[in-house]
Structures are given as C-alpha cells and as structure tokens.
Design a protein around this ligand. Structure first.
Ligand SMILES: Cc1cc2nc3c(=O)[nH]c(=O)nc-3n(C[C@H](O)[C@H](O)[C@H](O)COP(=O)(O)OP(=O)(O)OC[C@H]3O[C@@H](n4cnc5c(N)ncnc54)[C@H](O)[C@@H]3O)c2cc1C
Length: 553
C-alpha cells in the first residue's frame, strides 16, 4: 500500500507491480492530481556524464559530481547523517548513466542543451556544480509523470494496481511492532475539482486498510507555512520572512511525516529545507498564495530591500541557500532584481510546467521562440500582469515605481545610490577583463555553448538605453522543498530512533528527504529532487519485491 500518488509513490508502485505484487495507492486528493508536485515541475534532471553534456563539450564524471555533492552537502559526522550520506553517494552513482538509461527506457527524452543551475559560490571547495548538469525534460513535469503513470493505468485495468482517491491517511496501524496498515478519513470526493486547486477537507466517512507493507510517499512540508516557520533554521538563515509565496500546492502539507513519526519512525534533519529567494506572486494563481520562481541567468543585478547590491559571490543562480541566508539577515522579507528587458528576454525561465507551454506541449515551433530574439510569452505575461514587476525607461522612474510598490512603511530605495552602483558595474564593460566578479562570471558563462545560446545575454550597459526598458522585480521567499525527513536505510525501510528497522514500513521521495532522511545534506545541486523521487521510489519498489517475494494479496 502506497500513501501518496506523487512521483515517488508512482515509481514505487510501478516497480512493485513489476515485481509481481498487487498494489493499492491512496491519495488525499482526487484523480486529477495524479503525479502530485512533479506534474507542475519544470522537469529539470541532474544527469552526470551524459551524451548531452559531451556534445556541449562538458567533461563530467561521477568523481567530480560526488566531490561537488559532498562539498555542498556538508554532512555532519553525527548519526543523523549516516544514512543521508550513503543515500547521497548512491544517488550520484545512479545519476551517472543509470538514471538516464532507466528514464529513457520508459520513453523520457531531454533537450540537447544542458543548463547550469547552482553555479557555485566562487570556491572550488564550496557549494555548487562545477559543470552544467541540469537536463530539461522534453514535455516537462507532465512527461515525467506520464512515463510511470501510463503503465500503472494499464496495470489498473488489469486489476494489479488500484487507486483510491480522497483517502486521507490519519494514522498507521501497528501490531506487535509491525506496521500492518493505515486508517483515515474519506474526504468529499470533489471529482470535478481541477488539478492543483486547494480541495475542501470535509470528512464524509472513515476507512481502515491492511497491507503486507506500507510506503509513505506523502511529499514534503512546503505548502504548510506554519510548519515551515517552525522548522526554519534562524541560526543559519536569520528570521523567517513574514510574507512568503507558496511554490507548491496546498496538499504538500507535511502532516504524514508527523503521523509516521508518531507511529514510531525516526525523523531527522527537519531544519534542512530548500526554498528560493527569487519568488514572485503568480499573476494567474492556481493554488493559494501561488508563487513562481524565476530561474535566472547570471546577469541581473541583485539588490536587497534597501537598495544595496548583494555580495558578488551571491549573483543570480549561483548559491541558492547563500542568498536565502544573506537576505534573511537583512531583516526584510524581499529583495530586487534590476535588469534590462534584453536580459529578461534571454535569461528568465520560470519554474513550472504551465509557465513553459513550448516545452510542456513538446512544440518545436514554440520552443524556437525561446531561442530566437523576442519576449517569451511567460515573460510577457508577467510584464503585463505581474504585481511584482516595475518597468520604466529611466532609472528614476523605475525607483519611483519600486518605492511605490512596497509603500512608505518599507525601506525606500535611494535613486542616486542605486544609479551609482549600476554605473560602477557598467564601468567594468570597456575591457574584456574587469574587477567585478559578476561581470567576469558572465564572460566565463558565455564560453559555455549552452549559456551562450539560451541562457546568458551578451554583457551590456544597463543605463545606455539600447537594451530595452529597465525592469525591477520584487522577489519574495518561495517555499518549496524539504531536505530532511523520515530516516530510511538503502532499501527505503523506515528506521526507529534506536536505528532498528521498523517492520512493514517504507518511505520514499520528499517525505524521506529523497532518501535516508536527507540525502542532500544541508544544500542541493538542483534537478536532484525529481531524480531523488525516482531513485528512492525505485529502490523501495525493488525492496518490496524482495521482501514480499511476489506474494499477491
Ligand atoms: C513548480 C515546481 C517545480 C519543480 N521543479 C523541479 C525540477 O525542475 N527538478 C526537480 O528535481 N524537482 C523539481 N520540483 C520538486 C519535485 O517536483 C518534488 O520534490 C517531487 O515531485 C516530490 O514528489 P513526492 O512524490 O515526494 O511528493 P508529492 O508530489 O508532494 O506527492 C505526495 C502525495 O501524497 C499525498 N498525501 C500527502 N499526505 C497524505 C495523507 N495523509 N494521506 C493521503 N495522501 C497524502 C499528496 O496529496 C500528494 O499527492 C519542483 C516542484 C514544483 C512544485
């Protein structure tokens, strides 16, 4: 029995039915939500030493990826990182060849251009990807869901797999120390409610179900801002901002992690999370407080709420959690990107399948609009309707708009000070070398073909008026991923606080910190979450096959 029909639950179910088991999948949402968060995702996948990388001239290896991973994860030498470290190592091995082969065998294809997410903090021993590894799925999140869902729907027709929706699990049943099933509430069916929309919690009945083994694949906590606040590591990131936008649907409520812990499973590293400081309100929201993350190229200038440029080691797309930590300590819950329209056209991608119809619908013609000059439809929509966007022809007008947007009770940006900082940066463009690390970085990035083609605008002066109007985007904290979670061994079996196996109980995906209770350690390399669900779901499905030996109950 699998609790959660998100990606991790689907992969575990897919592998378990392949091993000959009969599988029941429960979810608190309706059928329209099959695939959970993964459906909404951009489909970015961390592959190591892929043919796509090699065609782009990137030399990568498992050794380099593991070096990057360890330098980012910074695992503790304490028991809470024993299993996460092993899972991290296994994951990097999986991401080198096996992950691509596995997904490709199911029909999943990626784009030939490889993206460079989490470019690093400027220190070879620090966080970040030494090389581009972010492979975009042709078809984005819906395609990742499809490749597992299609065979599962066939198995459903054949009676080997059953789905039950609007079944909210509220407790695990334990007999003689073994988990034997679940109990919970039947929620109002809401069959017609569209995907992603927050569903009512009206209870219309109860249920109790038994199974030989139960898998918790219930996702993380990102949609539950109370829980995010309680878990927020103020020592590392400063105070949690008062206002945040939600980067995940409301069903990512984290309840099931607490329920699993209450039943006796160990939960570790709960203060490790992965939120983004580049969030903005969706002009066309689907779920409550719906935020969209800008996945930026390296060229926008980044200022805090008072108009002070961020340290040049924290330029857009370099080190996500360093930015979270820096901005958290400013005491203001927002910051600003300032850029030209030319940069927005070339460098802005918005995370979310619905924000990238060209990729999601697999339409080559529409995709060309991203590569060719011009403004992508998603950027145009935010320019026209985004409540966080200010567009102006002069810097003074831009600052007036920025200050008007936040109102007089928030810090007011001084136009002369902002001008000085932008002119300082612009003054570094006359030579092919400069003292500005971000400007130097842009030049380095453009020596990588992928960046040059789709992700990095030629360096230009912001204030010479030849690169379109100026744009400022107010950025807020966007909650997304949970890096800690239910502790599991390499088969995905849940562990008790004393380290012993909790019989009958498994966990996969975000609920298990993508494996082990936090395979990323304290930091992540991007594109590793979907893959973490595929990896942990697969390991659990295989382990179920071994444990239950093809028994059909
Ligand atoms: C917009 C967006 C973009 C993203 N882009 C990327 C990307 O490019 N690359 C990447 O690697 N990752 C990305 N991610 C992250 C990735 O999609 C998620 O981490 C992953 O899909 C989580 O899958 P999961 O199966 O663990 O959980 P979920 O998808 O959250 O599924 C859990 C399921 O469990 C159900 N459930 C929860 N509690 C209960 C209960 N008590 N009873 C019954 N059912 C319950 C929920 O309703 C849900 O259907 C993105 C996420 C979002 C939202």
């Amino acid at each position: 029995m699998v609790v959660g029909a998100g990606l991790a639950g689907l992969v575990a179910a897919y592998e378990a039915q392949r091993a000959g088991l009969r599988v029941l999948v429960l979810d608190q949402e309706n059928r329209a939500n099959l695939g959970g968060q993964a459906f909404w995702s951009l489909g970015g996948l961390f592959y190591v030493d892929s043919p796509e990388q090699r065609i782009m001239g990137v030399h990568d290896s498992e050794e380099l990826a593991w070096r990057d991973w360890e330098n980012s994860a910074r695992y503790d030498d304490t028991p809470n990182d024993t299993w996460p470290r092993r899972w991290g190592r296994e994951y990097v091995r999986f991401a080198t060849h096996e992950k691509r082969r596995y997904l490709r065998s199911l029909g999943l294809r990626v784009l030939p251009t490889v993206g460079w997410a989490e470019r690093g903090s400027g220190d070879a021993s620090g966080h970040g990807n030494s090389v581009p590894r972010f492979h975009l799925t042709w078809g984005t999140g819906p395609e990742i869901v499809r490749v597992f869902l299609d065979p599962l729907l066939e198995a459903e027709k054949a009676g080997r797999v059953e789905f039950r929706f609007r079944h909210r699990v509220d407790g695990l049943t334990t007999v003689d120390g073994r988990v034997t099933g679940v109990s919970g509430a039947l929620l109002d069916p809401c069959d017609d409610l569209p995907r992603g929309v927050a569903s009512p919690r009206e209870v219309v009945g109860t249920f109790t179900l038994r199974a030989d083994a139960t898998v918790v694949a219930s996702g993380g906590i990102g949609g539950n801002h109370d829980l995010v606040r309680r878990s927020w590591p103020t020592d590392r990131w400063g105070e949690c901002p008062e206002e945040m936008v939600a980067g995940v649907p409301a069903h990512v409520d984290g309840r099931m992690i607490g329920i699993t812990q209450a039943a006796g499973a160990n939960v570790v590293n709960t203060d490790r999370m992965w939120h983004y400081p580049e969030g903005m309100a969706n002009w066309d929201p689907i779920w409550p407080g719906h935020g969209i993350r800008i996945i930026p190229g390296p060229s926008a200038m980044w200022f805090d709420a008072e108009g002070t440029r961020l340290p040049t080691s924290v330029f857009p797309g370099s080190d996500n959690l360093a930015a979270v930590s820096h901005l958290g300590r400013t005491g203001h819950g927002y910051s600003w990107f300032v850029l030209t329209k030319e940069i927005a056209d070339k460098e802005f991608i918005f995370s979310g399948s619905e924000q990238n119809p060209d990729l999601t619908d697999k339409e080559v013609r529409k995709l060309l609009s991203k590569i060719l000059p011009g403004t992508h439809v998603a950027v145009r929509n935010f320019m026209d309707h985004g409540e966080d966007w200010v567009i102006a022809d002069t810097l003074e007008e831009l600052v007036e708009g920025m200050n008007g947007l936040v109102g007089p009770d928030r810090p007011q940006v001084d136009p002369a000070r902002l001008r000085r900082q932008i002119e300082d940066r612009d003054s570094q463009l006359d030579n092919r070398f400069s003292k500005d690390i971000q400007v130097n970085y842009i030049r380095t990035a453009r020596s990588f073909l992928g960046d040059r083609i789709v992700r990095c605008a030629p360096p230009h002066r912001f204030l010479d008026g030849r690169h379109g109007p100026l744009i400022a985007v107010r950025l807020r904290m966007l909650t997304r991923k949970t890096l800690g979670g239910i502790e599991t061994d390499l088969s995905g079996r849940c562990l008790r606080p004393d380290g012993s196996v909790f019989p009958g109980l498994y966990a996969a995906g975000e609920a298990a910190g993508f494996g082990g209770g936090g395979m990323h350690g304290v930091n992540a390399l991007e594109g590793t979450f979907l893959g973490g669900c595929v990896h942990s779901g697969r390991r659990v499905g295989e382990a179920l096959g071994r444990e239950l030996g093809g028994r059909s109950r």
